[in-house]
Design a protein around this ligand. Structure first.
Ligand code: KIV
Length: 302
C-alpha cells in the first residue's frame, strides 16, 4: 500500500486553473509564435508532474516499448499495452492535450480496422487524439479518422516503426529528393486533416522550411529549434535510458543517479536494521500494551 493522493482538493500547480489545451489552442500557439512544449509520459505520476508543470501536449508514445517495457525497438508493444498506459496517463492529465500513439500493426491491415482501433483510444482510454507514423501513404487513413471526429497527429522523418525499411535509425531528409518527399508528406497529411505533425530526425533547415510552409503546428524531436513545438521522451529528459544520450537530447536531471544512490542507501539501512526506526513503526495503544506484555509473558511461560 502507498498513500498516493490522487487529486488534492486544492491543486498546487500554477497551471491548475488554466483551461484545457485543445486542437484550437495548438493552432493558436502556432499563429502567435508561442512554442508548444510536449513530452511523452506512460504512467500516472510522471503524467501528473508533466501536466502540473504546464506541458501543453502529453504523448503516450510507443517509445513505451523501449523505455518502460525493455524491448529493443518500438515494434513489439501491443494495442492493449498502449491502451493500458494511456488510461493511466488520462487519469493524471487535467490540462495537457493527450495524444496516444497507435502501435505498429494497429493501423497497417486496413482502414476499417485502424478506425476501430483508434476509437478505443478515445472511447476507452481517454485520449484526445491519436498519432500515426508515415506521410502521403497515410493520407487516406488520416482523412477517415478525421471524418470520424478523431484528431490525428502525423509523424514524418525518422519514423521508428519503419526501423527495418529505413535500415536503422538514420537522420532523414538529407538529399534534395528526400526533402521533396518530406514536403509532399507534410502537405498530404495537412490536406487530409492532421492537426499537427511530429518532425523527427531531420536537418534543422528542412524542419524550418516545413514549419514555415505548414498551416498546422510542427512538433520537433531532433529537428532543431525552428519547429512550432518540441517533444522529448520523458526518460531521455531524466537520464533513465541506460544509454548515451542522442545529440538532440538535453538531460535536465539525473534521475538514474538519484534513484541509484537512494536504493543503495535503502539496502544499507535494511541490512543494518536502521530502517525502519521506532518512529516509523506502529505501536499498540498504551492500555493494550501492558495487557499484551502480561499475556504474552503468560503464554510464553505456559
Ligand atoms: O513514441 C514516441 O515517443 C514518439 C516521440 C518520439 C515523438 O513518437
Amino acid at each position: 500500500m502507498s498513500l498516493t493522493q490522487l487529486r488534492p482538493a486544492e491543486a498546487l500547480s500554477s497551471f491548475a486553473n488554466t483551461p484545457r489545451v485543445t486542437v484550437q489552442t495548438l493552432q493558436d500557439k502556432k499563429r502567435h509564435g508561442s512554442p508548444i512544449a510536449a513530452l511523452t509520459a506512460y504512467d500516472y505520476p510522471t503524467a501528473r508532474l508533466a501536466d502540473e508543470a504546464g506541458i501543453d501536449l502529453i504523448l503516450v508514445g510507443d517509445s513505451l516499448a523501449m523505455v518502460v517495457l525493455g524491448h529493443e525497438n518500438t515494434l513489439a508493444v501491443t494495442l492493449d499495452e498502449m491502451l493500458h498506459h494511456t488510461r493511466a496517463v488520462a487519469r493524471a492529465t487535467r490540462r495537457a492535450f493527450l495524444v496516444a500513439d497507435m502501435p505498429f500493426g494497429s493501423y497497417h491491415s486496413g482502414i476499417d480496422e485502424a478506425v476501430t482501433n483508434a476509437v478505443r483510444f478515445l472511447k476507452e482510454a481517454g485520449a484526445q487524439a491519436v498519432k500515426i507514423e508515415g506521410g502521403a501513404t497515410r493520407a487516406d487513413l488520416v482523412r477517415r479518422l478525421t471524418d470520424a471526429e478523431m484528431p490525428v497527429v502525423g509523424h514524418i522523418g525518422l519514423t521508428p516503426q519503419s526501423l527495418h525499411s529505413m535500415s536503422g535509425y538514420k537522420v532523414q531528409g538529407k538529399t534534395l529528393a528526400a526533402i521533396d518527399r518530406l514536403r509532399a508528406d507534410a502537405h498530404a497529411l495537412e490536406d487530409a486533416g492532421a492537426i499537427a505533425i511530429v518532425l523527427e530526425g531531420i536537418p534543422r533547415e528542412v524542419a524550418a522550411d516545413l514549419t514555415e510552409h505548414c498551416a498546422v503546428p510542427t512538433i520537433g524531436i531532433g529537428a532543431g529549434p525552428d519547429c512550432d513545438g518540441q517533444i522529448l521522451v520523458f526518460h531521455d529528459l531524466f537520464n533513465l535510458t541506460f544509454a548515451p544520450t542522442a545529440k538532440f537530447v538535453r538531460p535536465y536531471a539525473d534521475a538514474a543517479g538519484m534513484f541509484s544512490s537512494a536504493l543503495e542507501q535503502y539496502r544499507r539501512d535494511v541490512s543494518t536494521r536502521s530502517f525502519p526506526s521506532d518512529s516509523e513503526s506502529y505501536h499498540l495503544p498504551r492500555e493494550v500494551q501492558s495487557a499484551f506484555v502480561r499475556d504474552h509473558r503468560l503464554v510464553r511461560k505456559a
